[in-house]
Design a protein around this ligand. Sequence first.
Ligand SMILES: NC(=O)c1ccc[n+]([C@@H]2O[C@H](COP(=O)([O-])OP(=O)(O)OC[C@H]3O[C@@H](n4cnc5c(N)ncnc54)[C@H](O)[C@@H]3O)[C@@H](O)[C@H]2O)c1
Length: 351
Amino acid sequence: MRSVLVTGSSGLIGSEVAAHFASLGWKVHGVDNNQRAVFFGPAGDTRWNQQRLSRTLPAFEHHELDIRDRAGVLELVASLKPGAIVHAAAQPSHDRAAAIPFDDFDTNAGGTLNLLEAARRACPESPFVHMSTNKVYGDRPNTIALQQLETRWDYADPAYAHGIAEDLPIDHSMHSLFGASKVAADVMVQEYGRYFGMPTCCLRGGCLTGPSHSGVELHGFLSYLVKCNVEEREYRVYGYQGKQVRDNIHSLDVARFIQAFVDAPRSAEVYNLGGGKDNSCSILEAFAMAERVTGKPQRYAYVEQARAGDHICYYSDLRKMTTHYPQWGITKSLETTVAEIVEAWTRQTHA
Ligand SMILES: NC(=O)c1ccc[n+]([C@@H]2O[C@H](COP(=O)([O-])OP(=O)(O)OC[C@H]3O[C@@H](n4cnc5c(N)ncnc54)[C@H](O)[C@@H]3O)[C@@H](O)[C@H]2O)c1
């Protein structure tokens, strides 16, 4: 039986990857220590998701471990020698990082190095998939010429008609401390591929979303926005008239891409992983979508000051992914995803 080690297994992506690989007959070792509750307070607690996996997946085994614990990570990976590693544990918030720079860097950069080195020593042939972020590009996407439409910003430069590709430079721009710690990890993952020849890849995520996200104001845009709508709470919009655009990809489509890479790995690859233009929306458009599903008006307040380093318009160019892995494609539309998130929050609210 092949085994996969998934870090951040109680989070949105980790839990989806765990369920997906278990459904394909893999043994799944999950690593998580509910650090999300430390980063974001009780609303970020992921124990419910860990318990769901343990209850529903016989092939799932939870390991309570902090990825900053170097000796612990080396020991676990040496003992398991997994056939693949999917690294989805992180301090994931752009805004939260400034208040906790040591925790942010030690988790995102140090934790990733611990896992890479553990993999090199124990299982260098095993595919290593790292969840990176589009914040590695800093605010450089904001230098692309834009046009303001009725409900959203869009690229005015035809060179970006398909979105942002992987060759956009990553330096000389503002990243937030989170973006910087993720750059360190991203470059290190590429280096273990190039320098040591390991089968690594970085997935530079746009907005990754789905019903298993414990969305909070500081992380998990669509999940949190829908939660506010369902609970009739006020959502705060920061700048750009609420027309800032994100591309959204359901966590299942993320897990399916990871599976495609693990089945046919390459070395030192980088992919921009998002919903692409078809699954993009502005905040105003997301409000309208949530309202259509719930029938409830979205309450919101507008704050003039934009978030530092925030993207005005970002959607991923998916052509490299679909060229390398033609069997992969988006299967969940944005409307379907919003409906699933509404359903999940409604269930949790009434639980
Ligand atoms: N969700 C998004 O919109 C998005 C966008 C771009 C990139 N990403 C990246 O994808 C990855 C997964 O994101 P997510 O949305 O699933 O996040 P998440 O917060 O839902 O899940 C991360 C999990 O990692 C765990 N964790 C954090 N620090 C840990 C530590 N030191 N040791 C062990 N476990 C720890 C948390 O408890 C949590 O369960 C992250 O690397 C994130 O930066 C996410």
